[in-house]
Design a protein around this ligand. Structure first.
Ligand code: KG4
Ligand code: ZN
Length: 557
């Protein structure tokens, strides 16, 4: 039965009001019955009463002076509207029930009011029932204009931040070779953090061996999480939510963090927030710079990724370009391995990228080309010079470096595995080529954003993060570009560029604040080794075919 017109003062007792029921103005609307599916009542109404089971999505996304929802299962977005009085009664008021709207009175009654219930300013808030999960009332009188906050936990389990003035999120990272955990509050204050890096082991085995990484995560995750919790003085029952990287990354590594987290949230009845690792890298900087508003441009460069995107919201990205083959960190790690840099006394415990940065400081990036008799020549070609898009490629570049190394080994009469005398010059030239490639693609991305008005007009910003972003030479190259184009360059401190639990917890805080992507603890979640970030507009960028104006990358080296 489909009812598309319900007039003023209408009572509708039915068993299925599928979609768009009652999308009209009404001074009084009463919907009775089971299964009031989608967008029921998306209209202005001075009084709205929904009774029954399963008022599925978007029920009541309209302004209403009085809204009463009775029944079981009001899943998502129920009542995401301004309302002067909102009453939700029933079991299982799932996500974002009553999220993000101003309301003068909000009453939530029932069992299982999951996530983000009532993350808004309110003058009166009453939460009654069992299992009021996360973020219920996550803006209490300390942070909002709330005048009266009444939290009544009748029955059992008034979880998370209900009845407390703080949101507390535990973040867990295990997507690659770092096991990280941290506890943050809603302001981004780090209450506890712990990290176990596997770098040393992987350097010995000549690269990450996935089952080895998995075992190391298993060996350390309990301790790392416990350390972060102990430091924070927060018990699992006090947490508002647990946020964990579930994509993208190495399957075996992601699986350890996910399994651990699901056990934890189920044991303590906490909401779970699955995190996209690259989203977390992109947003970390907002923890340190609360004045940084969307939109902004991000360059994320790590051992697994290279991408340029416009961050328009917490989970709203436009992908402008990405690596077509290797990531820059991966290329630098492989080059470092081919150069046997672990044999260098100062590099034995450094990642490939770190070792190359250190040695490059002592090298001359032009020396190899000059020795070959060409003073102007670059030792290595900057990749994709003729392609006017914002994608990256590092595989061909790595091949060039390998060929150069083979040539030098022959010249010096040494075998593979011996440290070359010109190792610092090779490091300097390789680092410069990576910096130049990143800078050029970023330059084009900025010009593209300018042409489409994609950045904030007042203070357009470029955020650079990911492990490779800790490289000072690369930062300097990017600074030349931002200076020439009028952007401010923002790089998190090195410890927040590489993988850590803090960035995951912060992403959890950002999502919790907006009531986005929170899951009930009993939901089945899978990890995803590959996961794109945002809406892919790389083809549009390519079609724009923006020619770069000349720009000298004068970097002190
Ligand atoms: O973000 P991250 O910790 O892990 C991934 O998600 O991949 O990045 C690790 C990568 C490694 O490839 C490492 O060699 C590189 O970041 N890296 C650097 C520097 N420090 C770490 N690359 C260049 N310069 C550095 N100082
Ligand atoms: Zn990373």
């Amino acid at each position: 039965m489909l009812l598309s017109v319900v007039t003023v003062q209408r009572l509708v007792p039915v068993h299925r009001l599928p979609c768009a029921a009652a999308s009209m103005p009404s001074s009084t609307l009463v919907l009775l019955g089971r299964r009031l599916h989608c967008s029921a009542a998306s209209m202005p109404s001075s009084t709205l009463l929904l009774l029954g089971r399963r008022l599925l999505c978007a029920a009541a996304s309209m302004p209403s002076s009085t809204l009463l929802l009775l029944g079981r299962r009001l899943p998502c977005a129920a009542a995401s509207m301004p309302s002067s009085t909102l009453v939700l009664l029933g079991r299982r008021l799932h996500c974002s029930a009553a999220a993000s709207m101003p309301t003068s009175t909000l009453v939530l009654l029932g069992r299982r009011l999951h996530c983000a219930a009532a993350s808004m300013p309110t003058s009166t808030l009453v939460l009654l029932g069992r299992r009021l999960h996360c973020a219920a009332a996550s803006r209490t009188s300390t942070t909002t204009s709330s005048r009266v906050l009444v939290l009544l936990g009748i029955g059992r389990r008034l979880y998370g931040s209900a009845a407390s003035s703080r949101v507390l999120v535990l973040g867990i990272e295990s997507s690659c070779d770092d096991t990280g955990a941290a506890v943050l509050d809603h302001t981004g204050t780090i209450l506890g953090e712990a990290l176990h890096c596997q770098n040393e082991v992987h350097l010995r085995t000549g690269g990450i061996v996935p089952p080895v990484a998995q075992q190391l995560h298993r060996d350390h995750i309990h301790r790392v999480v416990q350390e972060a919790l102990d430091q924070s003085g927060v018990t699992p029952d006090q947490l508002s939510a647990v946020a964990t990287t579930v994509k993208p990354g190495m399957s075996l590594s992601l699986g350890v963090g996910l399994e651990f987290s699901l056990n934890l949230v189920r044991r303590h009845g906490l909401p779970f927030i699955p995190i996209h690792h690259m989203e977390a890298h992109a947003l970390t900087v907002r923890m340190l710079r609360p004045d940084l508003h969307f939109p902004f441009l991000v360059l994320l460069v790590s051992g697994g990724h290279s991408l340029l995107a416009v961050a328009r919201g917490v989970d709203d990205f436009l992908l402008l370009g990405q690596s077509l083959d290797e990531a820059p960190g991966e290329a630098l790690d492989k080059i470092a391995r081919r150069l046997s840099l672990t044999k260098h006394p100062e590099c034995s415990a450094l990642s490939g990228g770190q070792a190359i940065e250190l040695l490059a400081k002592r090298g001359d990036r032009r020396a190899l080309a000059e020795r070959a008799g060409d003073r102007r020549a670059m030792t290595f070609r900057t990749p994709m010079g003729t392609l006017r898009d914002c994608n990256f490629s590092f595989a061909g570049f790595r091949n060039q470096v390998t060929m150069e190394i083979v040539k030098r080994e022959k010249e010096e009469g040494v075998d593979e595995g011996t440290l070359l005398s010109c190792v610092c010059d090779i490091a300097a030239a390789a680092q410069h080529t990576v910096a130049s490639h990143l800078a050029k693609r970023t330059h084009r991305a900025i010009l593209f954003c300018h042409s489409r008005g994609l950045l904030a007009p007042s203070q357009p910003s470029l955020v650079v993060s990911g492990g490779v972003a800790s490289n000072q030479y690369i930062r300097s190259a990017l600074a030349v570009v931002t200076e020439a184009t009028g952007l401010q360059l923002i790089c998190p401190p090195v410890k927040f560029c590489t993988d850590n639990g803090v960035m995951i917890a912060w992403n959890g805080v950002e999502r919790l604040r907006e009531g986005r992507g929170l899951l009930s603890p009993d939901v089945d979640v899978r990890y995803e080794p590959k996961a794109p970030l945002g809406v892919d507009i790389t083809a549009e960028v390519k079609a724009a075919s923006i020619k770069l104006p000349p720009l000298q990358l004068r970097i002190k080296d």
